[in-house]
Design a binder for this molecule. Structure first.
Ligand code: AMP
Length: 131
């Protein structure tokens, strides 16, 4: 069992299906979905299903599973969106390890987030979803 009802982060609630997300990819150990406050269109978060705060608290196995998904999705995003994919670990807002993947966008500005419509988010899911 990767997770249990005691886990309480917002990302665990997404993993357990208690709150919705714009899902891009899922496997046994990881989940990827669109950031709801995207810095650029196509801003994806990759999350381990096990809840730990910091990425370096993950077991080697879970860290490797997370990075395998990051690598696979970054390549996929580059192919689909035609832009280099940036990888970022921050973790100041949500205490559940995660990696941000963002397509390199010349219009990106520090601290600025976009407000895409529901239709734009769904369109991005259709573009990026990976089976
Ligand atoms: P940080 O912890 O600083 O790496 O940032 C956490 C990120 O999670 C922020 O970019 C938030 O916009 C994002 N976030 C928070 N809640 C949700 C949610 N329910 N669905 C998708 N992204 C979220």
């Amino acid at each position: 069992m990767l997770y249990n009802k005691d886990m309480s982060s917002i990302f665990s609630k997404i993993i357990m299906g208690e709150i919705p997300c714009y899902k891009i990819y899922e496997d046994d150990k990881t989940l990827a979905f669109l950031d709801i406050n995207p810095e650029v269109m196509g801003h994806v978060l990759v999350v381990p299903k096990v809840e730990v705060d910091k990425i370096y608290d993950l077991s080697d196995e879970d860290y490797q599973a997370l990075m395998a998904t990051v690598k696979k999705l970054a390549k996929h995003m580059e192919e689909v969106l035609g832009a280099r994919t940036l990888m970022k670990v921050v973790g100041t807002d949500v205490p559940h390890a995660h990696v941000h993947l963002t397509p390199l966008d010349e219009k990106w500005e520090y601290g600025k987030t976009l407000k895409p419509t529901e239709a734009e988010m769904q369109e991005m899911v259709e573009k990026l979803a990976l089976k």
